[in-house]
Design a protein around this ligand. Structure first.
Ligand code: GDP
Length: 135
């Protein structure tokens, strides 16, 4: 299968809890190659743009407040079947439902602060990667 790319963010709770290094090691161990990576922090406007699809949902304001609350690590990753395999690696959006051994199972405590983001399609991986790395 052709190698492809996905986009990830290590979110503020994981950064605050000191899990960034462990999570990156876990990602590399699973066969993902780091293509681009940066430590950054989203402001309100950027966060609202990034999560535009969720605008109007009950959790939107909490989501924006949370994702802007501290630094994140944004990264582009490469691997065969990257998007699907990375979604499996991070586990269910709700850590309580995430399979054992997944990143959210190990490093996240709640659906609001769930340690990591992974793109859900090739198209979004491209859009989200460009969002963070195109300037
Ligand atoms: P993901 O791709 O698994 O991160 O999930 P989504 O892209 O659908 O949602 C983005 C983020 O919004 C998730 O990681 C959650 O932190 C949050 N979120 C999504 N759905 C819910 C929900 O039903 N309730 C709450 N409280 N937060 C949610």
């Amino acid at each position: 299968m052709r190698k492809n790319r996905t986009f990830t963010m290590i979110k503020p709770d994981a950064m605050e809890n000191g899990y960034a290094g462990l999570i990156i090691a876990h990602i590399e161990k699973a066969g993902f190659k780091l293509i681009a990576m940066k430590l950054t922090q989203l402001d309100k406007d950027s966060a609202e743009k990034f999560y535009e699809i969720h605008k109007g949902k009950v959790f939107f304001n909490d989501l924006i407040q949370y994702i802007t609350s501290g630094p994140i690590i944004a990264a582009i990753l490469e691997k065969e079947n990257a998007v699907e395999d990375f979604r499996k690696l991070i586990g269910n959006t709700n850590p309580e439902e995430a399979d054992e051994g997944t990143i959210r199972n190990m490093y996240a405590k709640s659906i609001d602060a769930n340690a990591i983001h992974g793109s859900d399609s090739d198209e979004n991986a491209q859009i989200e990667g460009d969002f963070h790395f195109s300037n």
